[in-house]
Design a protein around this ligand. Structure first.
Ligand code: NAP
Length: 277
């Protein structure tokens, strides 16, 4: 048996086209959705991500401004930029590209973003809303995973979803979204015992670890849906957290690249449009 590959590129394309139409209609009413991205330093991966976000905005008709700050910029300077974007009425969405250089306090910066412009959904107010079942801005990657599951009619209610990874930007919000759709959710992390046994019970297995090939075929129940969130660079290639052999065991599988990453960008556009509306 070979898994159905879940085509994130194709699903994201449909979303992007819908967003472009809605953006056009908003512009005709005198409002141009506007995303401001703050990029600190020269991290090569961050530069690629920011360029991809910028290009996606332009294609959808969304205005994009990138504010580049030096690697050595002070906490004060970064916070001043965020404050001025909060005040700028022409800006609807603010995104601070992570990770920040080590000397900067990430959580203080994220806490400063106006929750109504927090299109990444990382502000504690937006995490709290998601937890309470009253979501406003939801982190783009787990939101994209939910839309991908929907697009492929993967049943979630009553199913056992196992998430490997408990970060604030992927693992935890992923758990909340699956729980809200009535999955039974287990979150695994680096201290989890018997992780392969738990993973093998999953109907939906989400890997958000950051380790190439972490999920092997013996950790997957035959026919399970396997969502590979990982983005790892190995010998100049982008690979996920799921070993290629899993395609022979899983029922559905997201490729890397061309899976979840594409959906993440589409959801960023959706959140920005939502903020502007
Ligand atoms: P992160 O903050 O580093 O979190 C990684 C999680 O994996 C942690 O909870 C960690 O557990 C767990 N982990 C690490 N080693 C483990 C092990 N041996 N066994 C079990 N769990 C282990 O990473 P992240 O930001 O969530 O990102 C995860 C991956 O997704 C990365 O590859 C990242 O590049 C990718 N990503 C992709 C997208 C996309 O658009 N596709 C978006 C965001 C992130 P502890 O908490 O115990 O340390």
């Amino acid at each position: 048996m070979s898994a159905v590959m879940m085509d994130g590129r194709a699903v994201a394309k449909v979303w992007k086209e819908k967003i472009a139409k809605q953006t056009e209609s908003l512009i005709s009413k005198g409002i141009t959705p506007h995303l401001a991205v703050v990029l600190v330093g020269e991290n090569p991966a961050s530069q690629v991500y920011v360029r991809n976000k910028e290009n996606a905005c332009i294609k959808a008709g969304i205005r994009s401004t990138v504010i580049r700050l030096d690697e050595g910029c002070t906490q004060q300077a970064l916070e001043d930029v965020v404050r001025s974007l909060n005040r700028d009425a022409s800006v609807h969405g603010i995104l601070v590209q992570l990770p920040l250089p080590e000397h900067l306090n990430e959580s203080r910066v994220l806490a400063l973003i106006d929750p109504d412009k927090d299109v990444d959904g990382f502000h504690a107010m937006n995490s709290g809303r998601l937890m309470n079942g009253q979501p406003r801005f939801v982190p783009c990657t787990p939101l994209g995973v939910m839309k991908l599951l929907e697009a492929y009619d993967i049943p979630v209610a009553g199913k056992h979803a196992v998430i490997i990874g408990r970060s604030n930007i992927v693992g935890k919000p992923m758990a909340m979204l699956l729980l809200a759709k009535d999955a039974t959710v287990t979150i695994c992390h680096s201290k989890t015992q018997n992780l392969p046994d738990i993973a093998r019970q999953a109907d939906i297995l989400v890997a958000a670890v950051g380790r190439p090939g972490f999920v092997t075929a013996d950790m997957v129940k035959p026919g399970a849906t396997v969502i590979d969130v990982g983005i790892n660079r190995v010998d100049g290639q982008i690979v996920g957290d799921v070993a290629p052999e899993v395609a022979q065991t899983a029922g559905y599988l997201t490729p890397v690249p061309g899976g979840v990453g594409q959906m993440t960008i589409a959801m960023l556009l959706a959140n920005t449009l939502d903020a502007a509306e």
